[in-house]
Design a protein around this ligand. Structure first.
Ligand code: PHE
Ligand code: ZN
Length: 849
């Protein structure tokens, strides 16, 4: 049995630190298994703090010696850190510890990846490097000396002295320990320069393993565009003489914004046309921007405590979304972001893991790097901007940077700048940070004597620990489209604040269809009883691109739900409505590709469950395939024309235009493969000169069970390229038809290249199985068992990744009794594992509660 569950940390229990740090001086003597870390830290008691002895966090450290003001001391050491009496005045703490990077498989603290040393300190990894007050409200400038024979030695800030076997770095900007970073290895730089608007010359370097240096150009280009964008749009310039990025193969997350030394999962840096898809390029651009933007929203202004995580993450996701929209087009970007939000955040909000954007308690903070904190956090920023309008947004942000530069802040600080800059009362708006759950907005409308009357109702569902909710402030953008397709009412911006509201608008027609929640103006579920002809009208004519797409999606969803629930045939009205969109070459190809996409299985399962029907994964999968086949039959000529005419003539370019054409061509191919026996895909998989086309063709072949030869050839070509090999693993599981992905995953976990300790490879198989709804939910439970087995195996080595992946089970209560029982058994088996990590045990505990 397990020990008593660890006690949760609560927001309400925040206390100021007893000691502040004036400066940090670190020396690293690197050794794979016996690294020595010497720390000289200038402390000062905080008169506003609680007083008491010096308390430092520390985990897995071997203390060699410690002294205060030069006098040796013997601290009281426990598993979480140490305590020692300290003078009631400024003093110097000196400590030497020994750590073992080679044994660090959790990839938190100082660890090794393919012979290279690197660090990951957010959220609480610095305490695995040395004893320190490891909390974000303790900020200090850092000086670092690294001693090692490796050729490249990097840390935060500006470079100082360097010579044979050592290098020194100095970061003048006070920072919390979670932004500390160190890298040492045999690395090659792809270098460039940037001159800031303030006239600072910045050296830019992307450091990679030898052999990867020709795959950095796109990331570098994205970095320079990000730097220019933040100057142009927010007046924020870079503030050091160098900006370093390092690509590492073993990384738990996407990337990390360490001051002046961003560390990236290699898959979000390295790209060439032959190895990366258009989607990879877009993600690289977004993540490079995201980490760079953190320099101001996260680093210069950081979080007081980890409950405020959305202060930096929601805002920085919002900023990277705006950047990508500016670079690639806002309509398509918004649709992609909402698809992601629904797939991940709405799902989270609807299940046992629902939590507010600013959580109020946690056991393990690593479990709160969630879609709610990040993506819903970004939606909340977008709503705030809509509510305070453009002027208020600019004024509020300027005030935020002015007032809080160099501070560790809270959501209250963030909202106060907008209240102060605009004179608005944002107390109701603040509920978005504290209430979990996706609000449901029900809309009905009628036209009376030239007036459009719109009734709106809002309901916020109960979530774990929050049975009762108050009404939110919900910005609703709405317009109306007349029967002849013209705009009957231009977009109106209202803010719903009460449970029920009626709004009236003068309108010049007796009959029009309300186009509500334009641009997806709030993260809510909209319940609007529209007939399918109304939806077809909006799909054809809405001036709001998001709602055009949304109407098509609603038609598809309705058709699929009727197929699943009532065994209906594919709806001819849906098939008809697609025709004009496919044929209209004035509509952006990327947008048409998104209209052609069907709602995902998991989305459909959630819709069914919310409507009171137990979702049957096999029936959902069968319905999606039948509808895709019907689309192919009905539109074969148009799809074939698109496939033939959209072939890109010139060399590959990752820009949005050509990428959109490839997306539409790929979508056409996936439909056509259902009726041509895979002939086109087989030809393309051989002739493609880029990974986007090749993988689209391979995916189409896997989906029809015709991929054996193509997979073997792909493996031969790419077996020595870890990032491409991840795709080879992943496609076989994610795209497998019916429930066959479960066997595919079982087979692949026995493959000699299944290096499961590397998170990317683990996710390529186990994560891909979770993404294949019908296979994960295979009725015999083989999918569940496989995932549970591997989580149990991974947990002792890498708790963070194991815990994150355990969320695949979060929707277990949606399904039939048989599947529920199997999933509950899998969760219980994980929960009962001896020495289960705090990370995973918190997650399975919440899912079983
Ligand atoms: N702070 C990182 C980001 O959002 C994410 C991250 C969190 C990375 C924790 C590693 C560990 O950019
Ligand atoms: Zn971030």
């Amino acid at each position: 049995m397990k020990d008593a569950a660890p006690r949760p940390i609560r927001l309400s229990q925040y206390r100021k630190p007893a000691h502040r740090v004036d400066r940090v001086d670190l020396t690293f003597r690197l050794h794979p298994s016996r690294t020595r870390v010497l720390a000289r830290i200038a402390f000062r008691p905080d008169p506003e703090g609680p007083g008491g002895p010096l308390r430092l966090d520390g985990e897995g450290l071997r203390l060699i010696e410690a002294a205060i003001d030069g006098t040796p001391v013997t601290p009281l050491i426990d598993p979480a850190g140490l305590s020692v009496e300290a003078p009631d005045r400024p003093f110097l703490w000196e400590a030497e510890v020994e750590i073992d990077p080679a044994a660090n498989t959790a990839l938190e603290g100082l660890y090794m990846s393919n012979g290279m040393y690197c660090t990951q300190c957010e959220a609480e990894g610095f305490r695995k490097i040395t004893y320190y007050p490891d909390r974000p409200d303790v900020m200090a400038p850092f000086d670092v000396r690294i001693e090692s024979d490796l050729p490249v030695l990097l840390s935060n800030g500006n470079p100082g002295r360097a010579g044979k076997g050592f290098a020194e770095w100095s970061d003048p900007w006070p920072k919390p320990a979670y932004l500390f970073a160190l890298v040492a290895g045999d690395l090659i730089a792809h270098s460039d320069r940037f001159t800031t608007a303030e006239g600072r010359e910045v050296a830019l370097n992307i450091w990679v393993r030898p052999g990867d240096e020709d795959r950095c150009a796109y990331a570098m280009d994205a970095l320079k565009r990000s730097m220019a964008w933040d100057e142009r749009v927010y007046g924020r310039a870079y503030d050091l003489d160098v900006f370093n990025i390092v690509a590492v193969d073993d990384f738990n997350m996407g990337a990390m914004e360490n001051k002046g030394l961003n560390i990236f999962n290699a898959r979000y840096v390295l790209a060439s046309p032959q190895t990366a898809t258009d989607a990879d390029y877009a993600r690289i651009e977004a993540i490079i921007a995201h980490e760079y933007f953190h320099n101001w929203t996260g680093n210069r202004i950081t979080c007081r405590d980890w409950f405020q995580l959305c202060l930096k993450e929601g805002l920085t996701v919002y900023r990277d979304q705006q950047f990508s929209g500016d670079e690639r087009g806002h309509a398509v970007k918004r649709i992609e972001d909402v698809q992601m939000l629904r797939a991940r955040q709405f799902r989270e909000d609807a299940g046992p893991l629902a939590h507010p954007v600013r959580p109020e308690s946690y056991v393990e903070i690593n479990n709160f790097y969630t879609a709610t904190v990040y993506e819903k956090g970004a939606e909340v920023i977008g709503m705030l901007r809509r509510i305070v309008c453009e002027d208020g947004w600019r004024a509020g942000l300027d005030l935020y940077f002015d007032r809080h530069d160099g501070q560790a802040c809270t959501i209250e600080d963030w909202l106060a700048v907008f209240a102060d800059a605009t004179g608005r009362d944002l107390s109701q708006f603040a509920l978005w940070y504290s209430q979990a759950g996706t609000p449901r907005v029900t809309l009905s409308s009628r036209i009376e004597d030239g007036t459009l009357v719109v009734d709106l109702r809002q309901d916020v569902p109960a979530t774990p620990g929050q049975p009762e909710k108050l009404p939110h402030a919900i910005p609703v953008a709405l317009g109306a489209v007349a029967r002849d397709g013209t705009e009957a009412l231009a977009t109106q911006h209202i803010v719903l604040t009460r449970p029920h509201e009626t709004h009236r608008f003068a309108i010049g027609t007796g009959d029009a269809v309300v186009s509500a929640l334009r641009g997806f103006s709030a993260p809510v579920v909209l319940d609007q009883p529209l007939s399918n002809p109304d939806r077809a009208l909006l799909l054809a004519h809405d001036t709001d691109p998001f709602n055009r797409w949304e109407s098509g999606r609603e038609l598809a969803r309705d058709a699929l739900l009727r197929m699943v629930r009532d065994g209906a045939a594919p709806d001819p009205a849906y098939l008809d409505a697609l025709g004009p969109v496919l044929a209209d070459d004035t509509i952006e190809p990327a947008f048409r590709a998104m209209v052609l996409a069907l709602p995902g299985d998991d989305d459909l399962a959630r819709s069914l469950a919310e409507g009171g029907t137990v979702p049957d994964p096999d029936a959902i999968d069968a319905a999606r395939r039948a509808l895709a086949l019907a689309v192919a039959r009905r539109h074969e000529d148009r799809l074939a024309h698109l496939f033939d005419s959209l072939a890109e003539p010139g060399p590959y370019s990752p820009e949005a235009g050509p990428a959109g054409r490839r997306a539409l061509r790929g979508a056409a191919l996936s439909r056509l493969s259902r009726i041509d026996g895979g002939a086109r895909a087989r030809a393309l998989v051989e002739s493609a000169d880029n990974m986007t086309d090749r993988l689209a063709a391979l995916t189409a072949l896997v989906a029809i069970g015709q991929a054996d030869d193509a997979l073997a050839a792909f493996y031969d070509d790419w077996k020595s390229d870890r990032l491409v090999l991840d795709k080879w693993f992943s496609v076989q599981v994610a795209a497998a038809p019916g429930d066959s992905g479960a066997q595919a995953a079982a087979r692949l976990t026995a493959h000699p290249d299944f290096h499961w300790r590397t998170p990317n490879r683990f996710r390529a198989v186990i994560g891909a199985l979770g993404a294949n709804h019908a296979s994960f939910h295979a009725a015999d439970g083989t999918g569940y068992d496989l995932v549970a087995d591997w989580l149990i195996r991974l947990d002792p080595l890498n708790p963070q990744t194991a815990a994150r992946m355990s969320t695949l089970f979060d929707s277990w209560r949606r399904y039939d009794a048989g599947r529920q029982e199997l999933m509950r058994a899998a969760l219980t088996r994980i929960a009962g594992k001896t020495d289960l990590s705090r990370d995973t045990s918190e997650m399975v505990g919440r899912m079983l509660a």
